[in-house]
Design a protein around this ligand. Structure first.
Ligand code: CO8
Length: 258
């Protein structure tokens, strides 16, 4: 048992959150989810931070919701405590880019946490599964909704109904992850990517993230309209003027994140 369910640090403009229940393979309990949510919101509000990385251990990103906690829940426990919604949805409120650096098991709620991130960098050892069916349970943090949108119905049904694990290469082929890297390079490569992203203009990053997320939740016509309005709003950005003039003047842009 560790006292600190997450470890929080910064590297330049990147906020790093490491899940820290190694003995339970980072099983997600209330203390961890509440600490994770608080850290995410704090980084989101911090003007010195431009991107956030969530990672786990070498063996597990997270092995899912904490089964030891849920095992004796009854319906009223889940309903009254607003289980899942209360503290699992905080990540959706984060406007800055969130990257997952995944090694080892990303199962159940751990897989759903990765699916909630904007970019997933997988180590070769990463294994993804929604194995709740083995417990006579079901995914409850968006897995049945985000997984088919990410990898299509055929693969999602297979994973949800059979509980099979998907390895990093297959996850890469089907769009569950963004990149696959060697295990030894996972954190460095993810931090480098996050640093690159955090160096861009923050308002542009926020607008792009919000616009891409619209693609999941609206018709094409509505999404295109939203994107067009966001594009027009870019012309109110000092950084956009700076970025385009710097290109024309063949120099590096100096973004003010405004
Ligand atoms: N919860 C609690 N403890 C866990 C969990 C978990 N999800 N996963 C692993 N642990 C613990 C084990 O009990 C074990 O503890 P101990 O050392 O005290 O015995 C320790 O972590 C190490 O685990 P293993 O010995 O099992 O390690 P292995 O390398 O042999 O296996 C696996 C690794 C394959 C990841 C295996 O641990 C496993 O299958 N874990 C469970 C995975 C799972 O079923 N996840 C889904 C959980 S349900 C969920 O996430 C969504 C819930 C939404 C429900 C909504 C309801 C309303």
């Amino acid at each position: 048992m560790t006292d600190t369910p997450i470890l929080v640090s910064t590297a330049g403009r990147v906020g790093l959150i490491q899940l820290n229940r190694p003995a339970q393979l980072n099983a997600l309990n209330d203390a961890l989810m509440e600490a994770l949510g608080a850290a995410l919101l704090a980084f989101d509000a911090d003007p010195a931070i431009g991107a956030i990385v969530i990672t786990g251990s070498d063996k597990a990103f997270a092995a899912g919701a904490d089964i030891a906690v849920m095992a004796d829940y009854d319906y009223m426990d889940a309903y009254r405590s607003d289980f899942i919604t209360r503290n699992w949805e905080t990540i959706r409120r984060v406007r800055k880019p969130v990257l997952a650096a995944v090694a080892g098991f990303a199962m159940g709620g751990g897989c759903e946490l990765a699916l909630s991130c904007d970019i997933v960098v997988a180590a070769e050892s990463a294994r993804f599964a929604l194995p709740e069916i083995k417990l006579a349970m079901m995914p409850g943090a968006g897995g049945t909704q985000r997984l088919p949108r990410a990898i299509g119905k055929a693969k999602a049904m297979d994973m949800c109904l059979s509980a099979r694990m998907m390895d990093a290469q297959e996850a890469d082929r089907y769009g569950l992850v963004s990149r696959v890297v060697p295990d030894a390079e996972l954190l460095d490569r993810t931090l480098a990517l996050a640093t690159q992203i955090a160096g861009y203009s923050l308002p542009a990053l926020l607008a792009i993230k919000e616009s891409v997320n619209r693609a999941w939740e609206s018709s094409l016509a509505e999404g295109i309209l939203f994107e067009r309005r966001e594009l027009h709003a870019r012309f109110a950005s000092a950084d956009a003027r700076e970025g385009m003039h710097a290109f024309l003047e063949k120099r590096k842009p100096a973004f003010q994140h405004r």
